[in-house]
Design a protein around this ligand. Structure first.
Ligand code: NDP
Length: 383
């Protein structure tokens, strides 16, 4: 196999680890496209090493800096959202690794799906915002949507060889984040610095805050609903602080399959990139001797209300999860800039969800308008 990759968000946590997977498997992959938003320095460094055909720097102010170095190396440079949507359609791309963060991933993924490119999906927000539309598009264009998220990769692996109607429920594991044992009073004063210290995973800032509030788990419930075509009442979240069991599937005969491994995103990234093959690697292995306790318990959705809000958005359907996502992006940014408290984030999301008109079957234009409107409302509620 020589799979030609477009890595969207190559300068981020997942993007960098995807490139480590490329390094680990010489000859299996080549890199056709790399993209970033602001980090021109790292994008240039990556491009000089991997020699892609084209790079995109989304922030047009950085375009000149990137172009000055890379064009003389024969690498095309472009900028902006339109360029991101175009590069994924190139003939020299077999698979798109969607590793951008947030809503910004939506349109490039849609464009890639329309061009028939298989997707290794880390950008869960794409499925949160428009899961119905994306899964229909994938179906219509014969595109495989391969999960990169460790939980969804685990479920995907547990389902190999199983009939869909044999699933009783999905057990989505959750580390509980840095505030797992905090009472409500203590959460009133936590700040971004504390929230950015995740006990098990080293990730980008936005997903790290989402993990602390359990919005990340709420998003993953929505992601699982669309990836596996499972109704929300069959998706249960289980807190598992060690992050060794990446998720489980319980079948109609009562058997439970779990997928396990070290908390290292390179494993699920490699699984998605190499699927359907399993390929050897030298990444560190999990040791059962050094880990004596694997524990499990229910999440507290009275304290971590974002998880309940995500279930609510999913059960209401239509544009509700799009509103949830937009409001969440606004509050996370405000929290990172010390403009809002930890617990207030859920208040703003809930109020935003109550203020935007419901659309039962949104089109892509509806999603774009809804995202914009929800951001305005959420900002009004904060400032
Ligand atoms: P990071 O913040 O580390 O990286 C985000 C990447 O997206 C960077 O390359 C960034 O560029 C780029 N980017 C950000 N905003 C834009 C924009 N507006 N337009 C174009 N590019 C943009 O995030 P992560 O790698 O942690 O997460 C990426 C996605 O993967 C998220 O959806 C997250 O939920 C998901 N995920 C992450 C996991 C992890 O372990 N990190 C685990 C499972 C899922 P620049 O560097 O220039 O800012």
């Amino acid at each position: 196999m020589n799979k030609k990759l477009a890595i969207l968000g190559s300068t981020g946590s997942i993007g960098n680890q995807a490139l480590e997977v490329v390094d680990e498997n010489p000859g299996l992959f080549s890199v056709s496209i790399l993209t970033a938003n602001n980090n021109a320095g790292l994008l240039i460094k990556q491009a000089l090493k991997y020699k892609p055909r084209e790079v995109v720097i989304a922030n047009s102010q950085k375009y000149g800096q990137v172009k000055a170095v890379l064009e003389k190396e024969g690498i095309s440079v472009s900028s902006g959202m339109g360029a991101l949507q175009q590069v994924v359609q190139r003939d020299d791309v077999d698979m798109v690794v969607a590793a951008m963060v947030g809503y910004a991933g939506l349109l490039p993924v849609i464009s890639a799906v329309k061009a028939g490119k298989n997707i290794a999906l880390a950008n869960k927000e794409t499925l949160v915002v428009a899961g119905d539309l994306i899964t229909q598009l994938c179906h219509g264009n014969n595109v495989s949507l391969l999960p990169v998220d460790s939980e969804h990769s685990a479920i995907f692996q547990c389902l190999v060889g199983e009939a869909k109607n044999s699933i009783e429920k999905i057990l989505l594991t959750c580390s509980g984040g840095p505030f797992r044992e905090y009472p409500r009073e203590k959460l009133e004063t936590v700040d971004a610095k504390q929230a950015l210290v995740h006990p098990n995973w080293n990730m980008g800032n936005k997903i790290t805050i989402d993990s602390a509030t359990l919005m990340n788990k709420g998003f993953e419930v929505i992601e699982a609903r669309w990836l596996f075509g499972i109704q929300p009442e069959k998706i249960e979240v289980v807190v598992h602080p060690q992050s060794v069991v990446h998720s489980m599937v319980q079948f109609t005969d009562g058997s439970v399959k779990a997928q396990m491994g070290p908390p290292d995103m390179r494993f699920p990234i490699q699984y998605a990139l190499c699927y359907p093959e399993r390929v050897s690697n030298s990444f560190p292995r999990f040791s059962f001797n050094g880990n004596t306790a694997l524990t499990f318990h229910s999440p507290d959705t009275n304290i971590f209300r974002n998880l309940a809000l995500a279930y609510e958005a999913l059960s209401k359907g239509g544009n509700y999860a799009c509103i949830l996502n937009a409001a969440n992006e606004v509050v996370v940014d405000a929290f990172l800039h010390n403009k809002i408290g930890f617990l207030q984030m859920s208040d703003v999301i809930e109020q935003t969800m109550s203020k935007i008109a419901y659309i039962a079957k949104p089109s892509i234009e509806d999603y774009i308008a809804c995202d914009r409107e929800a951001r305005v409302k959420a900002r009004e509620l904060i400032f």
